[in-house]
Write a protein that binds this ligand. Structure first.
Ligand code: SF4
Ligand code: SF4
Length: 376
């Protein structure tokens, strides 16, 4: 992909995220914006007139047309723990509304221990740690150690720049000793796309972090030091083809910077939180939702993350996925009561239907999108 490619997608030229200096933007919450409210985010997306789009832009109808009355979960394979909204960055596309000001929402030790007790009752093979920047939570290393001790595959969803923060620079070696997979976010292997989405200077810091990871043995094909890069499109379009782009990224990073990684995955941007704010401000909301709905791909449904993942919030509440968590849509039992990780009823959990809304088209568009990247 050429350096200009991030601005071009399935609908032709699309605007890049606007440059606003070093992205000193604060969270929606800190700016006191109404859109900080999850219910208003849902309402803003539902309010767009998609009556001329397939299935009227109704996710339940799209599912029904593909032969499914509802989304039902399968066995829990991935136990995803969101340690909080605190982050050293304030990326424009963030679906968490994370940032340095989000100091209140952080998982405490009692909830972390409850997560481990719940984990022991499931057959999950993977523990997926996310945030915010999960590494900033004082219980991060405790959870990594405990999950690794249980023989779980552990994933650290890492924004890369956090590895340069004083007190965390030992993390590449520490994580490698425990066989943790690092899933590092990098919008693009070139500077322009990365700094446009995450703020000026992010690209250089990300490369420095990747060098630290390479020096710790990450990115060289060792399954116990797996380095995955994760990219979201820098604009209102769907990602390019994953396999072809991975080849280009590997060659570009190796030739120009001597950096290696193991695999590249893409995530569609979800019309949630700060990305939703940008869609509204840039006049792209209707167009992007139409793109998602028009690109509905039934072949992605079986691989949706809500079917094999349980998502735990920083306060212990249980969700079908991280996106539903950010929209304050808890996983529901038949009695409509939400679950808490302290007292999980696994039978009720298995019997539930996944809570879906229009944002779910973000997971089923094109090649699809889950925590593990494209679904097809
Ligand atoms: S996208 Fe990730 S790195 Fe950026 S602000 Fe959100 S949580 Fe932090
Ligand atoms: S947002 Fe995606 S993963 Fe979450 S419930 Fe909807 S389809 Fe499933």
């Amino acid at each position: 992909m050429a350096d200009t490619a991030p601005g071009f997608g399935a609908l032709g030229p699309a605007p890049l995220l606007p440059a606003v200096g070093p992205r000193a933007t604060r969270s929606l919450l800190a700016r006191g914006l109404p859109l900080a409210s999850p219910s208003l985010q849902i309402a803003a997306v539902e309010a767009v007139d998609l009556s001329l789009s397939p299935h009227g832009g109704d996710f339940a109808r799209a599912l029904a047309a593909s032969g499914r009355e509802a989304l039902r979960p399968g066995p829990i394979e991935i136990f995803q723990i969101n340690l909080g909204k605190l982050c050293n960055m304030t990326c424009r596309h963030c679906h968490v509304d994370a940032g340095p000001d989000r100091t209140e929402e952080t998982m405490d030790r009692a909830t972390a221990e409850a997560c481990l007790r719940a984990l022991d009752r499931t057959g999950a093979h993977t523990v997926d740690l996310t945030g915010g920047a999960p590494e900033l939570n004082p219980n991060f290393r405790f959870l990594v150690d405990e999950a690794a001790r249980r023989g779980k595959h552990v994933i650290d969803r890492c924004n890369l720049t956090i590895l340069l923060v004083p007190g965390l620079r030992d993390l590449p070696g520490w994580l490698g000793e425990r066989g943790v997979e690092v899933v590092g976010s990098l919008p693009h292997w070139r500077r322009r796309g990365t700094d446009a989405q995450r703020g000026d200077g992010t690209y250089d810091k990300s490369l420095e972090a990747l060098r630290l990871l390479n020096a710790a043995g990450y990115g060289a094909g060792d399954p116990r030091r797996r380095l995955t890069l994760l990219s979201n499109p820098v604009g209102a379009f769907l990602p390019a083809h994953q396999a072809a782009t991975e080849r280009e990224w590997k060659e570009g990073l190796r030739k120009e910077h001597g950096i290696a990684f193991d695999r590249l995955i893409f995530l569609n941007n979800m019309p949630i939180s700060r990305y939703l704010e940008w869609l509204e401000e840039s006049g792209n909301l209707e167009r992007y939702l139409e793109l998602l709905v028009n690109s509905f791909n039934p072949a992605t449904v079986d691989g949706l993350m809500c079917r094999n993942t349980l998502s735990i919030g920083w306060d212990g509440r249980v969700y079908d996925c991280d996106f539903n968590q950010m929209l304050d849509l808890p996983a529901l039992s038949a009695s409509s009561a939400g679950f808490h990780v302290r007292d999980l009823d696994l039978n009720a959990l298995a019997a539930r239907s996944v809570v879906t809304r229009r944002h779910c088209f973000g997971c089923t568009a094109g090649a699809g999108s889950s925590c593990g990247g494209a679904l097809e």
